[in-house]
Design a protein around this ligand. Sequence first.
Ligand code: C2E
Ligand code: MG
Ligand code: MG
Length: 708
Amino acid sequence: MSPHVEDCPVALVVDDDEAARLMTRIVLEQAGIRVLEADDGVPALAILRSQQVDIVLLDVMMRTLDGFATCAALRAMPDGDRIPVMMMTGLEDAASIEWAYEAGATDFEIKPLNFDVLVHRVRYLLRSARTANALRASQIRLGQAQRLARLGHYDWNPRTGVLLCSAVAEEILGLTSGTVVLDLAELLAGADPDDGPSTRRLLADSFSRGGEFRTSHRLLAVAGQPPIHVQIEGTSGHDEDASEAIVSGVIQDVSERQRLAGLAHQLTYFDPVTGLPNRATLGMELAQILATEQQGALAVLSLDLANFSRLNDSFGREQGDQVLRAVAERVGQCLRHGERASYPARESRVSKDLLSHTGADEFYALINGLRAPEDAAVVARRILDAIAMPLMIGTQEVVLSATVGISVFPMDGSSSEDLIEHADAARRHAKAAARGGFHFYTSGINHLAANRVSMENALRRALQLGQFELYYQPKLRLADRQMVGVEALIRWHHPVLGLVSPCDFIPLAEETGLIVPLGRWIVHQACADLAGWHAQGLGGLSCAINVSPVQFETDGLLELLRETVTAHGLAPETLEIELTESALIHDTTRSISLLNEFRRQGFAVWVDDFGTGYSSLSYLRQFPVTGLKIDQSFIRDMTLNANDAAIVAAVIALSRSLHLEVVAEGIETIEQTAILEPLGCDYGQGFLYGRPMPAASIARMALLNLSS
Ligand code: C2E
Ligand code: MG
Ligand code: MG
């Protein structure tokens, strides 16, 4: 097809009379129209099929195919209705005019032709055809656009109920145009129970005020199909001749847009592997919780898995993701979730916990409404236990472990950033200490982490400046609740940080070797205080000191103890030492002979924090110790966790058969004592009976105890 030249239209003149064709060509060409010729219907149709033609001038009487048939054939061709056809004939009767129009002619001209008029008519027909074609093209484009946008329009007459709608609206509503709809609100109401009444209200309001309405909801228009998400707009007004009230508007299927928006939302706020809220959501949620009034304490737990990257490397990414999902599941079960988290939350989550997955092996839990900040430790312990349950990866069993750092609002920060950062610092500290698996944040840790060198220097000077003090915690015989001894627990009065916990400086003192001189000071101070109590008539009191593994490995400990007790006139039986399992198992042969020596000289030796280490009771049998101190984590969870209660019962029973004495640490409630006593636990220590306190307070308490 030759390109269509806009300013030079093409006319096809079809006439078997050669002279008539020539005349017509001359006048049309003078009017700027290009002319093609055919002497019969058959060649005319061939030209129409192969070339661009803008108008056809068609003689009626021809030999093979007459004008009527040619016109009808043209109209039957694709797009054949776009070309105006002017019939030319000498026949003047009404019947032939009627046939011509029936065959699809656009206009009719009688021969002999008036050429002036003919040129004007041809121009007019070309112009109106152009307008009609442009309109049709724009309608097609609009239709395509509407189809692509899934947008349709509708008109509804409330009096007759007749609904007129476009093809797309028909599709969306599942109706054919012209259907009588008695209740438009019912037709447009959504699939969800709340949508019906609200749509009805919107429409009623629009009717009464004559205004617009707009709604968006899920629609179940086509039975058996899943609901689609639609946006409906409308306005109530009058039809063109202002005689009838109508409602007209558009309806759009926005399901795909909704789906993409949902996907974008998911990627913005949630972790792709576990589907848990990501870091952005965590920050926003925490800020929101902080902005609302708190009931109880709020804790932020920062958790990471040990050796996850190694596991990922050896098992592959897919399996690694599976592990993360399993961890998410287990941790989630330790929290109060109720429902899966949604963001932005539909309702306030103030009373619920939130679990977030922020990176490869990094999780955070927000714990709400804690009775006391310390209770966060119960949750942390529960989480660590859940993670430590064996897990199958394919056919292989792996045991995971994690560390948890805890920060508590408002002590450890008032902004979400501070709380998260401090929980992270506490986690790093827990990791470095590699003990217990979790750690609370204290400003001391942060200081320590931030400026290790200055902390080390401060620690060095603290001894000379006399910034250390020994506190003592009472140890009671459970049978008669008599205070039989105390445990010395060191405190550091830091000039800036205030009272710093031993958890925050003992590890550093061990690393730097400062623990040795510090340990020497502890032995001297404890003996001095003990001698003081004895002098006050409290001769029955014994004192236990904590000995760090570094100190235990250093030669001269036994000599130090012996010399110091002698110097203070104390019997060795009144001084006891506490060692952790890790200190004992480092060099078993040496440990055994050293312990034998300690015992021979009269010092009692206790295994501290029993249950958190590696060894079993039967393994411990080879060490000549006085007894065990069951770690406070077991005592704490005993009333909550049947497992822990069973472990405590078994440890006590086995200890008795091995003739070992047992101390329960961290007793905080009467319920815990009520469980421990019938099990035959010998001694108890904990906040219930007394917090660690200065030496003078111990004397007052012991004297009161004696007089009662
Ligand atoms: P530990 O020897 O197991 O001491 C018991 C810890 O539990 C103490 O913490 C004590 O204050 C705390 N505690 C006692 N009863 C309760 C209770 O009912 N509830 C709770 N929540 N906690 C209770 P502290 O004093 O912070 O000491 C922590 C650890 O630091 C000690 O654990 C010990 O390993 C080490 N440590 C303390 N003083 C010394 C010391 O003089 N020398 C050495 N080498 N280590 C020490
Ligand atoms: Mg201890
Ligand atoms: Mg302990």
